[in-house]
Design a protein around this ligand. Sequence first.
Ligand SMILES: [Zn+2]
Length: 342
Amino acid sequence: MYLTIKTNLKITPWAMDVIQRYGIIYHKEFERLIHLYQQAGKIIFIGYREINSEIAFHSKEQLIRLAQTFYEIRKKHATAQYHRLFVLSARSFQLKDDEVLMEFGRGFMKYPLRCTILLNDHQKQMLRQHEVLRMDVCKENKYYVVRFILKTESILSQHTQENEISMGIDLGMKCPAVCYTSDGKIKFVGNGRQMKYEFRRINLRYRKLQKSNNPVKLKNYGHKLHNYKKHIDHCISKDIVMYAKQQNVTVIRLEKLLNLQQKFHRHDMICWSYQRLANYIEYKANLEGIRVEYVNPYLTTKRCPKCGKINNVKGRDYICNCGFHKHRDLVGAMNILHAPKA
Ligand SMILES: [Zn+2]
């Protein structure tokens, strides 16, 4: 699996000029290759010698591959644009404590360019431990940003079935997440009421801006709800995985929900991204060496965990005739723990 480390580039005006000029050359060469493919109507062989000598030697292969993938994308979407300034493969740059040395092509610059990067201790440790594949340089709102792509081996624990602790998670709107471990521990994660309040507040402001006829402000504000939801999903998934790690959980079980949009027509249900949260949990759990399993969601909210009877639930409380009485979402998490695999 791949990991991305993002950091800001601290550069002098001179270095900025160099980076911008190289970015323009890189884009020109990139467009030229795509044009060659388009003329031929298919992907043809292009040797290293045919590529501009101003491009860093070890990054030429990367450029060719990028042009090939982009040629396929342009077939479907003619206006697709490449947004990064340039990409350097691992052999074209060197990392030293707080500095990165970028090598460009012979025709462009003889000496490597030295730039300061801002890394925290965790990022430094990650860079030391894992193999760095490439470096992307982009411009984001006036700032120059570097992304290091690392390759990590997901070390999934291989315990035997007996001493395995698993955890069922029920995700929902009112209670964002409920965790139930196989040794009987319960944790509620997130605050659904606060989330709903924030969604409504942002939506209301957005609707007011729609009337005010200010397109720039409206566009900028439009990202806000999306960003907030992503932020919330990151917080919830982080809390869940931290808790799972504390409890020595080896398997996390989630529901495999499909076609949510067809089942629910209410607005708030459609806005809720189940899959994104599940993906975040899976990604973060795998980093910690925890496996994620998807289970069949059939009757997980209705079945009584004690006697197996199917009850219809109204409100937040689950009450069964056998005397079982628990919170509704907790029952879901308990059932997910023992549900069959999807
Ligand atoms: Zn019962």
